[in-house]
Structures are given as C-alpha cells and as structure tokens.
Design a protein around this ligand. Sequence first.
Ligand code: FE
Length: 281
Amino acid sequence: MTERTLKQVIPGAETSDGAGVRIKRSLGQHPSVRLDPFLMLDEFGSTQAADYIAGFPSHPHRGFETVTYMIEGHMLHEDHLGNRGDLRNGGVQWMTAGRGIIHSEMPQQEHGAMRGFQLWLNLPAAEKMKDAGYRDIQPEEIPEIALDGARLKLIAGRIELDGCEHTGAIAGGTTAPIYADIHLEPAAKVSLPLADSHDGLLYLYDGEASLGDARLERSAASVLSDGDHITVTGGPDGARVLLIAGKPIGEPIAQYGPFVMNTREEIEQALQDYRDGRLIA
Ligand code: FE
C-alpha cells in the first residue's frame, strides 16, 4: 500500500466568468494548469447577489463534459435539446457537450447564498463528437456512505471500502471519474483507496484538514502524488473536502474558450460550425 502525498498546490485565483459571476479558479486558470483528464475547476460562493445574479446566459460547448455540484442555492439549466434542470442544494448536473450543446445556467434567486463547483472533464478524441447528453442528479440519488468519523457522498465512480464496493450516481466511462464530497468530523481520520491508474486532487472548501502531514490549503486544488491510498484528517472543527480523480487521457489539447478539442483545425471547425449554426445540427 502506497500513501499518496501532496504533490502540488494550485490556489484558486479570483476571477469572473459568464456575465460576471465571481469565481475561484484553480485548474484551468492557465492552459498549463490542468490535471488530465480534468480541464478546469471553479468554486463559486457568495452571499452577495451581485456576485452571481448575472449567471451564465446562453453559450456553446464542444468536446468535453461539465459537472456542476451545487451545495447552496438554486440555478436553472436550459439547453437546445429542451432539457430543463433545476439545480438545488446537494444536486449535480452532469452535462456531456459532445459535438455541441448550447445552454444557459441562470440563478433562480435574487438574494441569499449561492455556493457550488463546476468541473470540466475532458473527453478522449473518439468521444468528442458524440451526441450531447444531460443528467440532472437529485440529492437523494447520490449515495451517502457512513465511515468512522465521516460521511462520503459518492457523486461519481466506484470505491471499495471494507470489502464492499460502492457505486456513485454516475459510474464508468473511459476516464472512470471519481467525485466524492467528504464531510469529516473534528479530528476524524479517514483512509480511502484510490487506484494508481487515476490522477487526482483534494479540494478543501470548509474547515481544516491534512493529507498525511501536509495541511491542505483552502479553495486550492491539492494535487496528489502517485499511490493507491489517501489518508485525510479533519481539523478541530472538522472539514469538507472534495476528492476528484480520473484516468488520464494523454492526448494533446487544443482549447478556445468553451471548445476543447485535440487540434487547432478542430477548434477552427468548431468556431465555424457555431457561426454557421451547425454546432448542434
Ligand atoms: Fe456552460
């Protein structure tokens, strides 16, 4: 058994996206700051409506998936396929852009707190042009696993604990993503298997926690070294930590804003298809 240690810290940089939503971006703040198969990780969180009210009006995507996990607040997703998804506390929207989707993500509240995360998961070349898809996952569909001193919500992937395999609301796929939200009680110590086929990170968003001897930085992507296990310890007031991992794709990436392909030519094609109204045709 090899414990994974803290390999790199990517602090979340304050920025804004959409029509002016304030976010902290760790992965994806620069093209060199990614963790294959993940392209981007944003945290949004504010009690000030001005920080989120403008939302993300209609915009396109091609070539990857977006995973939005809402922990507080209310947003509405609508896309050209006619999908309408109400995203509420604890819910997840798993959207496959594939060859093209045009959607909007708009706050459905005018005051109060809004908090959550958006992760961009890349698709391999063979799947970039597949049909768009969408899953609206309700909070009650996400399995919750009770551990000694912790609770783990398994949004995606499979985790084997004490000889019992747990399956998340989403499972499988080429990159076999794992996405878990771990709530640690004060000083709780939790050990989890994480196959060495996967690259991964921890993202501390509440309280204090450590990986082995290394204290985790808040609102930062804490990239894990190779290994097959992680041991996370909660601070005096406990902690909430995301575990995000997947199998690397290992292909070249060409990105232009919301289009993520393998080559410049494919990006040019995406832009032209969008201009010509053929992105979603
Ligand atoms: Fe989007």
